[in-house]
Design a protein around this ligand. Structure first.
Ligand code: PLP
Length: 433
């Protein structure tokens, strides 16, 4: 499989290069040249396949000869060693829980598969790989946990001081080893600008390989399609899938699975009041906006970077996209109201992100009486206890994986905002001799 640069279709790369570069030097995203179509035989066997089985059969169509099959099996079994849970919570409604991984958010799927790929590629390279990540919260934790102890790879995570929760900060700053946290005196956008500056501007003299692990990396996108195969085959024919969306990686991955032949009835793009994609799907006009803060903060994105990829999956045909995907948006009051209503009606505890998807599914099912669907729950509600507990009158039970991050000794490099400071730090740390 070749990957093309969305900004310039003539520039292509193999899987390994697309992954190790993360983004092309002109800031173009990589996209598979075509979405592979799976055979009828695969779909017959699908209901009995485990997630790692699916990852190997689907994944190899994307990784090709860059990752030999036994290696891909090892990467998949190590990455997906926790359950994916599909549960019925209403007559026509199921929930797909993607938060049973080590950081209790769905980003574990992408981060763990990507780290397996990096580990394999780095083992054939004498240069050190340095992975830079800017995080507003969840991404950094998933990346840190996935790359902890990986030989030949240093991970440097930039986060905005005072703007992440205590639990999130501990996930970044207490691990040590090859994980370095940089606490930036600035905003998430400042962190992102610093990472961008380093990726495009820093001259490392070829001593290190500098790359990024943000959601733009194709090795994070592809594994996010695997659980849709797993779920759709078990949820029933023509199932509607509602995805809580921010940068739209998760929804794009669902669309990839669909285009490969998976039986999906319809896709719902559910967002908080950062509604640019809903508006786009309704009108055809795309107007990026500054992001607005909400209680579903991992989805506070005003200019989603995977929207271009989603368009490519429908070959740039707006009508086809708007027919396949419906967009709905919900404000904080609706999210809060829904978390308590669902709890008192069904006993199910939603987190704010899953609540958005649940609302989106309800809206679609109300308009389409014959249909059934599932919504994606992307984070464990205990991660958002300050929001959830007052709404349901008790704290959601904390998973063991998170309990370990309630304590621990914080270790972070404090840095002023500005690319120059990061460049100085990297040059000093990776100078020869
Ligand atoms: C990142 C994230 C999302 C949004 O996913 P995208 O792929 O960016 O659309 C939703 N929920 C949670 C909990 C997240 O961490």
């Amino acid at each position: 499989m070749r990957y093309y640069n969305i900004k310039n279709r003539r520039i292509t790369a193999g899987f390994k290069d697309a992954v190790m570069q993360g983004i092309s030097p002109d800031m173009g995203l990589f996209m598979p040249e075509r979405i592979p179509v799976l055979e009828a035989d695969f779909f017959r066997r699908l209901p009995r396949m485990s997630l790692p089985d699916i990852a190997v059969e689907v994944g190899t169509l994307y990784t090709g000869e860059d990752i030999p099959l036994p290696e891909l099996r090892r990467i998949s079994e190590e990455a997906f060693d926790f359950p994916v849970v599909l549960q019925k919570i209403g007559d026509r409604k199921q929930v797909l829980e993607l938060f049973h991984g080590p950081t209790a958010a769905f980003k574990d799927f992408g981060a763990r598969f990507m780290s397996g790929c990096f580990r394999y590629f780095a083992s054939n390279d004498d240069r050190k790989t340095v992975v830079l990540v800017a995080t507003s919260g969840d991404t950094g934790g998933a990346i840190a946990s996935s790359f902890l102890g990986v030989d030949g790879v240093d991970v440097i995570i930039l986060y905005p001081s005072g703007k992440v929760s205590m639990l999130q900060e501990n996930q970044l700053t207490t691990l040590g080893q090859n994980i370095t946290a940089i606490e930036v005196e600035g905003t998430f956008d400042d962190c992102q600008a610093m990472v961008k500056g380093a990726l495009t501007g820093l001259n490392t003299g070829g001593r290190i390989r500098l790359t990024s692990a943000n959601s733009i990396n194709i090795a994070r996108l592809i594994p996010q399609s695997f659980y849709y195969y797993y779920a759709a085959a078990r949820a029933g024919n023509n199932c509607v899938i509602s995805v809580p969306s921010g940068n739209f990686g998760n929804l794009t991955a669902a669309a990839m699975a669909w285009r490969s032949g998976l039986d999906i009835g319809h896709l719902v793009a559910a967002t908080n009041i950062n509604r640019v994609v809903s508006d786009y799907l309704a009108t055809g006009a795309y107007t990026p906006a500054a992001s607005v803060q909400t209680i579903a903060n991992a989805m506070d994105v005003g200019n989603p970077n995977n929207l271009d990829r989603l368009r490519q999956i429908f070959d740039g045909d707006f009508q086809a996209l708007a027919t396949a995907v419906s967009g709905y948006w919900f404000d904080d009051d609706m999210i809060r109201g829904h978390i308590s209503e669902e709890f008192f009606r069904t006993g199910y505890i939603l987190d704010p992100h899953g609540a958005v998807a649940s609302l989106g599914l309800d809206r679609y099912l109300a308009d389409h009486p014959g249909s059934e669907g599932l919504f994606v729950e992307t984070a464990h509600p205990a991660k958002f206890n300050d929001i959830v507990e007052p709404l349901i009158g008790r704290p959601p039970e904390m998973p063991d994986s998170l309990k370990g991050f309630l304590t621990g000794k914080k270790d972070a490099v404090v840095m002023h905002s500005g690319y120059g400071y990061l460049a100085e730090y990297l040059s000093a740390r990776y100078s020869p001799g």
